[in-house]
Write a protein that binds this ligand. Structure first.
Ligand code: NAI
Length: 494
């Protein structure tokens, strides 16, 4: 026989009860009655009136609904810690399903009367049960939505968040009607996550919110896979994905050329000031004052991160006759043999480069890699290019560098506070982000709104890889069998 303290401890493991105080848990434990059920024994019957709530202590319990021909259909299986019959605590209610022990099962039973006394004496218990009922109701509503949707269309369903017309067009073209695709303009957030009801998978992008609460909701809605249509996955809580058994895939490469060529476009525009020249000529101003550039030939370019995009950038710059320096956690001798690039420690690169281009991913280690100290080490008048992730650069430090002239040019396709702005038209409102607003005032700063990837070839590759990732999941592949999976941390044992 369990002591009250041990039972209270067991009760605390139930998510619905875990925030209750010891006193309340013990009072609840004292009113629970232990009942054992034999394999196959019916605990309560659908259609009968009942006034007891059940908490499964051990074993498994089938939840059965009567089908059209009177047969039992198993809706779900309850296991230790699960609650059933909670509605009967409000008063005697007609049972909506039959509960039957699958094998030996131990249940804790709480009668309606005992519960009423408890609720009067322990208001936090009432609050916890109401919150639990709310969650339960939401889950059930989603299940109904999912079943209705599945009934109408038996294809694997994917809801694509944060989509634009150019994304929808290319996904529809490459899908060949295989998946049922739904395109939603809104970003994935806690407010919009319910739009994934009925979907088997979601397709998400860089600015979608994939934190623990959104992922929990996705899993409750029955979504099994988050198919990212981007390279980076720094916006995904991977531990939460592991906890909820959600697979995560990405598009590891779609066109490194697209991003590298954009980085070089920023360099050329900033250097030769074609953006300013274009504006002048349109105004009938053909003056060349202030448009003096420099030869790229024999200038030193420093590439931070020599993965796929960094390598493409190096090859293009080698074509201009630049001297090449690189910094990476893993120097690549084959790249040195091919392009002549010299791998150096970061401080050396910063001190020697005329152009610094950042192509490392955003990780806890690389966050604000370019900060005030790093900027101090750079050559006066240096050109800084970032087409990777905004938070690699400390924007406040960059502004100081621009104001002091230490930084002569900045080309940014990404910005650490880009999420509320990029990919959307904000031209009819004031720009409330002071750092971004200040950056736009410099004529030696060129900002593009995360468009480095945006070429026809890249869009086609993004759609093809994302759809292939989804097809693998649909075919039952999981874990390492998913070609482009994002590795998840192993789940801690409860
Ligand atoms: P990759 O994974 O092929 O290469 C990344 C390289 O960075 C690797 O060689 C790695 O060793 C190195 N690295 C990692 N941490 C580092 C650190 N702390 N310091 C120095 N080097 C480090 O990635 P890929 O395909 O070249 O993409 C790079 C980044 O570009 C992505 O992580 C993504 O954030 C960004 N990107 C931006 C796009 C845009 O439209 N602006 C589009 C696609 C990617």
């Amino acid at each position: 026989m369990n002591s009250l303290a041990t039972l209270a401890d067991q009760l605390r493991r139930n998510p619905a009860l875990q925030e209750l105080e010891e006193g309340t848990l013990r009072a609840l434990a004292a009113r629970l009655e232990a009942v054992a059920f034999a394999p196959g024994e019916v605990i309560c019957r659908e259609g009968e009136v009942g006034d007891r709530m059940f908490l499964i202590a051990a074993g498994e319990v089938s939840v059965l609904k009567t089908g059209e021909r009177g047969e039992f259909v198993e809706i779900t299986v309850l296991r230790a810690g699960d609650l059933a019959g909670e509605l009967s605590l409000i008063g005697p209610t007609v049972r909506s399903a039959t509960l039957r022990a699958r094998g030996e099962a131990q249940l804790w039973v709480l009668s309606h009367e005992a519960c009423h006394r408890l609720l009067a004496e322990h208001p936090p218990l009432a609050r916890a049960l109401l919150a639990h009922l709310g969650r339960h109701l939401r889950r059930e509503t989603s299940t109904v939505a999912r079943l209705l949707a599945q009934d109408a269309d038996r294809r694997f369903k994917v809801v694509c968040f944060d989509t634009k017309p150019y994304i929808e067009a290319v996904f529809r073209e490459r899908n060949h009607e295989h998946f049922s695709l739904r395109f939603i303009e809104a970003r994935l957030t806690l407010e919009t996550v319910s739009l994934a009801a009925g979907a088997n998978g979601v397709c998400a992008f860089v600015n979608d919110t994939l934190d623990a609460s959104v992922l929990e909701e996705l899993s409750e809605l029955g979504v099994g896979i988050v198919a990212l249509r981007c390279v980076g996955y720094d916006n995904v809580d991977l531990a939460a994905c592991a906890r909820h058994g959600l697979a995560v895939t990405r598009v590891p490469t779609y066109s490194p050329h697209a991003v590298a060529e954009h980085a070089v476009a920023l360099m050329l525009t900033l250097n030769r000031r074609t953006h300013r020249a274009h504006n002048r000529v349109r105004e009938g101003n053909f003056s060349l004052s202030g448009l003096v550039g420099f030869d790229l030939y024999q200038k030193t370019a420093g590439i931070i991160g020599t993965g796929q995009i960094g390598q493409c950038t190096l090859r293009i710059l080698a074509g201009f006759g630049c001297r090449l320096l690189a910094y990476d956690l893993y120097p690549n001798p084959a790249l040195t043999a091919e392009t002549g690039v010299q791998f150096v420690p970061l401080p050396d690169l910063l001190a020697r480069a005329d152009i610094v281009s950042v192509h490392a991913p955003l990780t806890p280690q690389s966050r604000h890699l370019i900060n005030a100290a790093a900027i101090q080490q750079m050559k006066p008048g240096v050109m800084l290019i970032n087409t990777s992730r905004g938070a690699l650069i400390d924007t406040a430090a960059l502004l100081e560098g621009l104001k002091s002239g230490r930084i002569g040019y900045a080309g940014l396709d990404v910005y650490e506070g880009e999420r509320p702005y990029f990919f959307e038209d904000h031209s009819d409102r004031p720009l409330a982000d002071d750092l971004l607003a200040r950056l736009t005032t410099f004529n030696n700063v060129l900002i593009t709104g995360h468009q480095a990837f945006l070429t026809r070839e890249a869009l086609r590759n993004i759609a093809d890889t994302t759809l292939a990732n989804l097809r693998e999941f649909e075919a039952g592949r999981r874990g390492a069998a998913l070609t482009h999976r994002v590795p998840l941390p192993s789940t801690p044992h409860p």
